[in-house]
Design a protein around this ligand. Structure first.
Ligand SMILES: [Zn+2]
Length: 479
């Protein structure tokens, strides 16, 4: 039994995918655009300007709050000013929410191996604006305000994670959910999903929470896992050596894979929060909440379970098929159109359709292949009309054609040859041209049958029905 256990809570910052910023009309696009081009007097906090709230931000935040099963969505939540000085915060304060957030008391059941799960509490979920970005270049500090006023949801979990691995699993699920709900692109590299982790340790069996450290500036899920693991190990070494854990803020250096101390952690009092006087409260009526709940799509974990149960496909398949929403829609529509074995459809989608999706770097819904077309191709392979090799090639052809799979097969002469007389003739030619192999086969090397079938496939341009070809070859060779 381990001596210590790790206690980890997360503060995630999620960039909502609105077109414009939270309090002005500037574009939210800040990835690889020239610095300080998407800015205006409002988001750079010039004197005399007034913010006005982008309603889409509230709608999207509400979708997330309901998907996170928030028990209490505030009918009137307030913005507050979080005061601090930093060069990339031109106003000198960040407009955030503080003790009157949009939603509290949510939860998320994180699936763990072997049917276990971890109950993650969502303590609160609030709306805020992003600050700018400081770039260090040639020993200079440069400021880019493009991110100022980009809308964020901050979501704070309880100290419910027990390992770095659970944290990584949660972030993968969160990213999946955000994309599924179409409220954030959740690309960590682009800063659209950020995560600070609070880490402490205690003796197994204890209830109390010890002093925690906070890890900041981690830009990928792998790095979050590495940083948390490294901090858990550091704290264990420290405590074993009789040292004391101090409330540090730690910075992750992803080049070197090490944590370093940024500063002693601020307390909330340092921010002198007060209500934002320039904005009205966010009013959320119970009917708006009810409408959001009723419009929530089936969520990925629920769909995963339903796929296993209803279609009888393995959990592994259900997991892959529900990684992304349009892929799961595509699978389900293909099963309906095919009307046969869902596992067979799953194999085609997981192997062949996913390969195309990755090659094209697109989504199932934008692949240009309709579920009905895939169902038709699978049906033709099952009926023996075409070989599975031709079926796979058809996927690509159908995408770039107005013709149906059946039309392509007919017009391009792709149907499988299973006509006995035609195949017998080809087989006879092959035997005649390869007397040595025939002799070897007759001498007992019956494994050569595969080679003969291969010759048949080559001779017929892949259109021979391999099963029929094999039977005919065997009967000629044995005869
Ligand atoms: Zn602006």
């Amino acid at each position: 039994m381990p001596e210590f256990e790790a206690i980890i809570g997360l503060e995630t910052h999620i960039q909502l995918n609105t077109d414009s910023k939270i309090f002005c009309a500037c574009s939210t696009d800040s990835w690889r655009v020239p610095p300080n081009t998407h800015i205006c007097p409002i988001c750079t906090g010039l004197p005399g300007v007034l913010p006005s709230l982008n309603e889409q931000v509230v709608e999207k935040a509400l979708i997330l709050a309901t998907a996170m099963n928030a028990d209490e969505i505030s009918q009137a939540s307030f913005f507050a000013r979080k005061n601090y000085f930093y060069p990339d915060l031109p106003k000198g304060y960040q407009i955030s929410q503080y003790d009157e957030p949009l939603a509290v008391n949510g939860s998320f059941e994180l699936p763990l191996p072997e049917g276990n799960s971890r109950h993650i509490t969502i303590i609160k979920l609030h709306i805020e604006e992003d600050a700018g970005k400081t770039v260090y270049k040639d020993a200079k500090r440069l400021i880019d305000f493009n991110r100022c006023g980009v809308p964020l949801v901050e979501m704070v979990t309880g100290p419910d994670f027990r390992s770095a691995d659970e944290v990584a699993k949660f972030l993968i699920r969160l990213r999946q959910l955000l994309r599924w709900l179409e409220i954030s692109d959740a690309d960590m590299e682009r800063g659209q999903l950020r995560c600070d982790a609070n880490v402490s340790i205690r003796n197994v069996g204890e209830d109390r929470l010890n002093t925690k450290t906070e890890i900041k500036n981690v830009n990928s899920i792998t790095n979050v896992r590495d940083a948390v693991q490294s901090e858990i190990e550091r704290q264990m070494r420290e405590v074993k050596a009789g040292g004391e854990i101090k409330a540090w803020t730690l910075d992750w250096d992803d080049q070197r894979g090490v944590l370093s101390k940024m500063r002693s952690k601020e307390t909330e009092a340092d921010y002198r929060y007060f209500r934002e006087p320039d904005l009205l409260p966010i009013q959320t009526s119970p009917s708006a909440v009810a409408a959001t709940v009723s419009q929530l799509p089936e969520l990925p974990l629920a769909r995963r379970s339903r796929f296993s149960e209803v279609y009888g496909i393995p959990e592994y398949d259900a997991e892959i098929l529900t990684e992304e929403r349009s892929l799961s829609d595509f699978f389900e529509a293909t099963v309906a159109a095919h009307g046969g074995n869902p596992k067979r459809v799953s194999n085609w989608v997981m192997n062949d359709v996913l390969r195309l999706i990755r090659e094209q770097d697109t989504l199932a819904g934008e692949l240009g292949l309709r579920p009905g077309e895939l169902a038709e191709i699978i049906g033709m392979v099952e009926a023996g009309t075409i070989s599975s090799g031709v079926g796979k090639e058809l996927l690509e052809q159908v995408r770039s054609s107005d013709r149906t799979p059946a039309q392509i097969v007919e017009e391009d002469g792709l149907a499988q040859v299973s006509d006995a007389s035609e195949l017998s003739e080809t087989a006879a030619h092959i035997l005649e041209a390869n007397p040595d192999q025939v002799a070897a086969y007759k001498g007992g090397k019956t494994g050569l049958i595969g080679w003969f079938v291969g010759q048949m496939m080559q001779e017929t341009g892949g259109q021979a029905d391999p099963k029929a070809a094999r039977e005919i070859l065997e009967s000629l060779l044995e005869g």
